[in-house]
Design a protein around this ligand. Structure first.
Ligand SMILES: Cc1cc2nc3c(=O)[nH]c(=O)nc-3n(C[C@H](O)[C@H](O)[C@H](O)COP(=O)(O)OP(=O)(O)OC[C@H]3O[C@@H](n4cnc5c(N)ncnc54)[C@H](O)[C@@H]3O)c2cc1C
Length: 404
């Protein structure tokens, strides 16, 4: 019997994984990749170490938990670790369940993929861009650049989102899906650094602290994270901010005015700070803050509290100045003006509407034989290995079903 021909559009994380799974199911697989090499983005993941899964991955780490549930059940983080172990990748599990290859090299993932794909005889067409997919009888005709075309019994759209377009994922999958009748929800950058409005950013540039960060909208805390943050000359970065960025961008799109609240002293009470000020009432205000907060933050706090001179003694502060200063230590507000955009984002929020995709098979509900994997769908996860886990799990499910 003739092997079913599966064409996978996109040689990124999910496309490569799907190719291995489909090919092991005795199908004839071709990968179409517009870059000159496959897996370019994988090399950039986890700061070059590839945080390829999170052992705690469950549906709650994603924007559509009910949709991802069945997919994660079919291929979990545990199965991912085993799958990669079988390919040769030993896991190194770090804080918060983040798993990396023991080699600490993202290139290890590409190397084992390439070896396996070659072993399985998967055809890889690099420097080839898919332009359009047209339904032809029970199969598909895939129009490529340079006027070429390719026939497929089944197609897996693994074109990724729009984050880091220099890696090849520049949103080309969306018009392809739209032409087939699919809808694409508003896309915007997530897991991205935020730009802030503050006159103190230049002086704060490079200051790294561990604190609690809140995202506030209309005086309500909409998200709270604790961890490292880094001030930059444009705004703020760090894992906590990346996780908050999705909601912040969503609010900006809705024309809201979100605020980042940095709680510098999350382990002390205001009363304790009043007591400290009483104890150090004969110290200059800048000296009184030494040992309490990062030294480089102190000038900005004093200025923002409206205190003219750093040398002013605590006992010389007006009641209002003291109140203002203490309040800043617990509520340091920065209006969010935007983000560093898709160029800097780790993931795309939004994508092909999940209501048009079968959550058990990842087959299109509109076009039989068309499957989706990875970020091209309206699925994104938290920072920490969850997005690659989605790429692997969705690839497994789509490939298993496409090869039937
Ligand atoms: C800097 C950075 C760091 C990251 N770090 C992590 C991490 O440590 N852990 C984690 O879980 N996630 C991480 N992510 C997110 C993760 O890399 C993505 O979620 C994941 O790669 C998505 O896989 P995908 O297969 O959907 O798309 P991609 O990996 O983006 O692959 C899509 C591929 O399709 C190709 N393509 C697109 N359109 C066409 C077309 N029309 N024809 C042919 N080819 C096409 C592209 O060139 C690309 O190679 C990171 C992302 C970035 C940008």
């Amino acid at each position: 019997m003739k092997k079913p021909k599966i064409v996978i559009i996109g040689g990124g994380a999910s496309g490569l994984f799907a190719a291995i799974v489909a090919s092991r199911n005795n199908t004839d697989v071709t990968i179409i990749e517009k870059n000159s090499r496959i897996g370019k983005k994988i090399l950039a993941t986890g700061n070059g170490r590839c945080n390829y899964t999170n052992v705690n991955a469950d549906q709650n780490a994603y924007n559509h938990p009910e949709f991802v549930l069945s997919v994660l059940k079919q291929f979990s983080a545990h199965q991912t670790i085993e799958f990669f172990q079988e390919l040769g990748i030993e896991p190194k599990v770090e804080d918060f369940g983040k798993a990396y290859p023991l080699s600490e090299q993202a290139s290890s993932i590409i190397d084992v993929f390439l070896y396996e794909l070659e072993k399985l005889n998967v055809a890889i067409k690099t420097d080839t861009q898919a332009k359009e997919i047209v339904k032809k009888g029970s199969g598909f005709l895939i129009h490529l650049d340079h006027g070429d075309a390719l026939y497929a019994d089944k197609v897996i759209l693994a074109t990724g989102g729009k984050a880091m377009p220099s890696s090849g994922s520049d949103g080309l999958g969306y018009p392809i899906a739209r032409k087939l009748g699919h809808h694409v929800s508003t896309i915007f950058p997530a897991l991205v650094k935020l730009t802030l409005d503050s006159p103190y950013l230049k002086s704060l540039n490079g200051v790294k602290i561990t604190s609690t960060v809140q995202l506030i909208n209309k005086n309500q805390v909409v998200q709270e994270e604790n961890g490292d943050i880094l001030f930059t000359n444009y705004g703020i970065s760090g894992p906590t901010i990346l996780d908050i960025s999705r909601k912040a961008n969503e609010l900006l799109i809705a024309k809201e005015a979100p605020i980042i609240n940095v709680i510098l002293l999350d382990s002390l009470s205001k009363i304790q700070v009043y007591e400290r000020f009483q104890k150090f009432k004969d110290k200059p205000v800048d000296q009184s803050l030494i040992g309490l907060v990062n030294k480089r933050i102190i000038p900005a706090l004093i200025k923002q509290a409206g205190i003219q001179k750093h040398q002013t003694l605590i006992c010389e502060l007006t009641h209002l100045e003291k109140e203002f200063l203490i309040n800043l230590l617990f509520n340091w507000h920065f209006p969010v003006t935007g983000s560093k955009g898709f160029e800097d984002a780790q993931v795309t929020a939004g994508g092909i509407e999940v209501s048009e995709i079968d959550a058990d098979t990842l087959e299109s509900k509109l076009i039989e034989g068309l499957y989706f994997t990875g970020e091209v769908m309206d699925i994104d996860g938290l920072c920490g290995g969850y997005n690659l886990q989605w790429a692997w799990s969705s690839a497994y499910v789509a490939a298993q079903n496409a090869s039937k």
